[in-house]
Design a protein around this ligand. Structure first.
Ligand SMILES: [Zn+2]
Length: 340
């Protein structure tokens, strides 16, 4: 029994974090969201070089394909390897055959010069005609000038902005600072601490597993009028798993919730990246319908066609050697963990 669907879209990913698993424990155990950023993610991203980014992205793209995800909306940061990083990610995904829409997360964490280099990397990549958005890390790590410069670049190039918004309480001031900048093509990741009544335009990206892992609370995206799509925030790209977690979390605050709401968030990815609708994923299961998928473990893709190219056959990638990618990524993980 098989069924086909369009390609799954992971609307918020960090391909640079694929090699983080198994990393050494931080010097201090973080007790706040900001502590998690400082002790884990901001140490990891500072240690990345282009070779690590390449294999991190390839492994992330491979793992996406192996779960039926044909499109990744990526948000990247590597403050000591900025120039060229977006091209490395795009090339890595192209090699595996997965579609990626990447962005460099601009921030003032490394001073105004660091912010300028981030803006320049977005401009360089997009000006080459490659697929992406302008990235901003989050309002709470950016000056008003940087937020305005990133928004202006996006408008100039006719693309949206991909930004973290109110992921933790530290970013509660974001809505007031960006409400006059946002447009309908902006992607607003997390919005856990965003008030239900707000003036931000754009699609809200719900990352249920990451929010649980960071202990930041439940975003309850059903409360918003904005469109909602699903992401992983770097914890793989298994959108069936993400749908299932999104459903049970919705249910945890509303016993009348049905899987249809979380399924509609999954489908919203196709509004963000319409080509994914033309991808074909043949699954090991039927029917691929919300009430069935929510309670059926182990559903896997068997065949995948992206842009008329068969990239998965009998559950195996056709363009790359999965064993080689895992081996090379493991070597880069050893290098990365040694730096930490
Ligand atoms: Zn994120």
């Amino acid at each position: 029994m098989t069924a086909t669907t369009p390609g799954m879209v992971c609307a918020h990913h960090h391909l640079y974090s694929t090699l983080a698993r198994g990393m050494p424990a931080p010097p201090e155990t973080p007790t706040t969201f900001r502590g998690i950023l400082e002790q884990i993610w901001w140490r990891l991203d500072a240690a990345l070089d282009l070779e690590m980014i390449e294999w991190s992205a390839k492994l992330g793209a491979l793992e996406a394909l192996e779960q039926g995800t044909t499109t990744i909306i990526d948000h990247h940061e590597s403050p000591n390897a900025i120039e060229g990083s977006l091209s490395v990610i795009a090339d890595a995904c192209a090699e595996v055959g997965v579609r990626v829409i990447t962005a460099y997360g601009v921030t003032d964490r490394h001073g105004a010069e660091g912010a300028r280099r981030g803006i320049d990397e977005n401009r360089r990549f997009l000006s080459e005609g490659r697929r992406g958005l302008v990235g901003i890390h989050a309002a709470f790590t950016c000056s008003d000038e940087t937020l305005e410069a990133a928004a202006a670049l996006a408008n100039e190039l006719g693309v949206g902005v991909h930004i973290h918004v109110c992921e933790g309480p530290e970013d509660a001031g974001a809505p007031e600072r960006i409400e006059n900048l946002t447009r309908d093509n902006w992607l607003l990741a997390h919005c856990v601490h965003l008030p239900t009544e707000h003036d931000l335009r754009g699609t809200i990206l719900h990352n249920p597993m990451s929010n649980l892992n960071n202990s930041v609370g439940y975003a309850d995206p059903a409360r918003f009028e904005n469109p909602v799509a699903l992401g992983t925030d770097g914890i793989g790209a298994d959108m069936i798993e993400t749908f299932r977690v999104a459903y049970v979390m919705n249910r945890s605050v509303d016993v009348t919730a049905t899987p249809d709401a979380a399924w509609s968030w999954l489908e919203r990815g196709w509004d963000l990246v319409p080509e994914a609708r033309n991808d074909t994923v043949t699954w090991s299961y039927e029917p691929m319908e919300p009430w069935y998928v929510a309670f059926t473990p182990g559903i896997k893709p068997l065949e995948i066609v992206i842009d008329d190219v068969q990239v998965l056959e009998d559950g195996e990638p056709t363009l790359v050697d999965a064993f080689e990618i895992r081996a090379k990524a493991a070597e880069q993980a050893v290098r990365l963990h040694a730096r930490l």
